[in-house]
Design a protein around this ligand. Structure first.
Ligand code: 13P
Length: 288
């Protein structure tokens, strides 16, 4: 199946009161683990690529070519969107050219007027090409690709302004943070989420910073209009723990245990387990 825009899968999720997971990819193992799990569970999926990860994988063209070929070679039948995560203005154009099926323009650090102007321009380009576009209002906290935010709550009126431009989905800051949540994190602001939802109506909402949010909060967020949830750090931690265990147990020293296909296998399995757990919580299993 060819890559698809995220529009249809997110509208179905919004109407069906579940969320589609965006899982960020870093390399071949990541991509393979996520695609295989989505296929096994018959779940739609969004593969997220940050600008840093794109650079690491030698460029967005490499990423698009790898993902497209893998979807074909693994006979993936569930809907897969390849999505730029927190894109810069230039990064968005590079991904559109490379063949991504969805982009996020993160203009949250621009004054609202500039965010509006740039988002508007990109919406027109995406509409022509049939791509979905995510916009962000209110910087999401934590650190991602060296950018540190505080976990702001978005202004519902600004959300409406951006939503009305015709974006496909909207990420609104509701106190969520990328990476691990600190022990004194006050939790998601459902008050903000409800106020945003009241202003933007049917627009599918996106929850960033999916790592470590308690299940009850995830479910409540979905009930209030969240249709896409981004997870990155949790897969990284799962991969790290499994790889550490393999080496600490000395398995790399036995036979051909040094072979990267063996060395990376426990980490790849850990990513699959993590993605499975998230898809079950998000309710997207069997929805493809
Ligand atoms: P986490 O790394 O906290 O899971 O956040 C991922 C994310 O929001 C990517 O945009």
């Amino acid at each position: 199946m060819a890559l698809v825009s995220a529009k249809e899968m997110l509208e179905k999720a919004r109407d069906g009161k579940y969320a589609v997971g965006q899982f960020n990819i870093n390399n071949l193992e990541w991509t393979k683990s996520i695609l295989q799990t989505a296929e096994e569970l018959k779940s739609p999926v969004i593969l997220g690529v940050s600008e840093g990860a794109g650079k690491y994988m030698t460029g967005f063209k490499t990423v698009a070519a790898m993902v497209k070929a893998m979807v074909e070679c693994l006979n993936i039948t569930v809907p897969v969107a390849l999505h730029l995560d927190h894109g810069t203005y230039d990064g968005c154009y590079k991904c559109i050219e490379a063949g991504f099926s969805s982009i996020m323009f993160d203009g949250s650090h621009f004054p609202i007027e500039e965010n509006v102007a740039k988002t508007k321009e990109l919406i027109a380009v995406c509409k022509k090409k049939g791509l979905s576009l995510e916009a962000e209002v209110g910087a999401i906290g934590g650190e991602e690709d060296g950018v540190i935010g505080r976990g702001e709550c978005a202004d519902p009126d600004e959300c409406k302004k951006i939503a009305d431009l015709g974006v496909t989905m909207l990420a609104a800051g509701i106190g969520n943070i990328h990476g691990k949540y600190p022990a004194d994190w006050p939790g998601l602001s459902f008050e903000t989420l409800a106020a945003v939802k009241a202003k933007v109506g049917n627009m599918p909402l996106v929850l960033h910073g999916g790592t470590g949010i308690p299940t009850d909060m995830i479910k409540k967020a979905i009930s209030l209009g969240v249709a896409k949830i981004n997870v990155n750090t949790e897969c990284q931690l799962a991969f790290q723990a499994a790889t550490r265990k393999y080496i600490e147990e000395g398995k790399d020293l036995v036979g051909k245990g040094f072979d990267p296909r063996k060395l990376l296998a426990p980490g790849a399995q850990a990513i699959k387990d993590c993605v499975k757990e998230k898809m079950e919580i998000f309710g997207s299993v069997g929805k493809a």
